[in-house]
Design a binder for this molecule. Structure first.
Ligand code: ADP
Length: 252
């Protein structure tokens, strides 16, 4: 709506042109909205049955003790593909919500030490990786607690995916003018030329890195961090590792 042309006092031809332009703009906006709604509905409709499928697979895997290796492998593959698709659908839902402006942040004073410890604990459990915390004084940021957790889990998820099993992942917090949270890994790294693009939707550095994913995680992370009034950057060297830095305002 805001981009509409106003040419009430212009010559007839210009007014006519403006009218056509405005009409096109309206149609485009409507089509865009329809498409967002479609993605959102489809994601939602698919996620529910897939979650049920995943649940059943997990329960069979847990309970059946006399499966052959082949059977177990097949069920595990099915479960992991279902899980991957559920995550994709959740990502699409999050993005659709962000696009339609339906992302609401509940901003509050969040003490970082406890939150970081909780996130590290969760990540350690499902990834089986050492997560080292480096923190000194208590820092209290202004953020949406749930959102910040999702952001950090997502970054740790990547750190786990893109680094060797034996290498630790570090979570550091400190305070300059703003609070700073860093997720550091000693993994494959990201080539300099591509660092600016990794926050784009569907952008993946190298398909041959052979990890599951659709290139949506970091675009969601950035949307969430920006939405909380923060900022996210990356520093990385190929073959040495990556550091993702989030800055957030201090709560006063
Ligand atoms: P996905 O991991 O699903 O491909 P993301 O949006 O999370 O999508 O990341 C985009 C790309 O950035 C990834 O494909 C990967 O190549 C690169 N990347 C992200 N995090 C890291 C990391 N910690 N180390 C190396 N590369 C990374």
């Amino acid at each position: 709506g805001q981009a509409q042309l106003q040419c009430d006092r212009a010559p007839t031809e210009v007014r006519e042109l403006a009218r056509t332009y405005n009409m096109m703009l309206e149609r485009l906006a409507a089509a865009w909205e329809q498409q967002e709604q479609f993605v959102s509905n489809v994601s939602h409709e698919l996620r529910t049955p897939l979650t049920i499928v995943y649940g059943y697979l997990q329960s069979v895997l847990r309970r059946e003790t006399n499966l052959t290796t082949t059977q177990r492998d097949a069920l595990e593959t099915a479960a992991s593909e279902a899980d991957r698709t559920i995550r994709l659908l959740q990502d699409l839902l999050d993005l659709a919500r962000a696009d339609s402006g339906h992302l609401h942040f509940h901003m509050e004073a969040v003490p970082l030490n406890a939150l970081i410890a909780e996130v590290a604990g969760m990540a350690q459990q499902y990834s089986n990786r050492d997560i080292i915390i480096e923190a000194n004084d208590e820092i209290i940021v202004l953020a949406d607690r749930h959102c910040l957790k999702q952001v950090l889990l997502n970054l740790i998820d990547n750190a786990v995916k893109y680094s060797d099993l034996s290498l630790p992942i570090a979570l550091k917090i400190d305070q300059l003018e703003q609070a700073r949270i860093q997720v550091c890994d000693r993994g494959v790294g990201i080539p300099l030329q591509q660092q600016a693009r990794i926050f784009e939707r569907f952008y993946r550095v190298d398909e041959s890195r052979a990890t599951s994913g659709y290139g949506l995680g970091l675009s969601i992370v950035k949307t969430l961090v920006d939405g909380m009034g923060g900022c996210i950057t990356v520093a990385s060297r190929l073959g040495e590792g990556s550091v993702f830095t989030i800055t957030l305002p201090i709560a006063v």
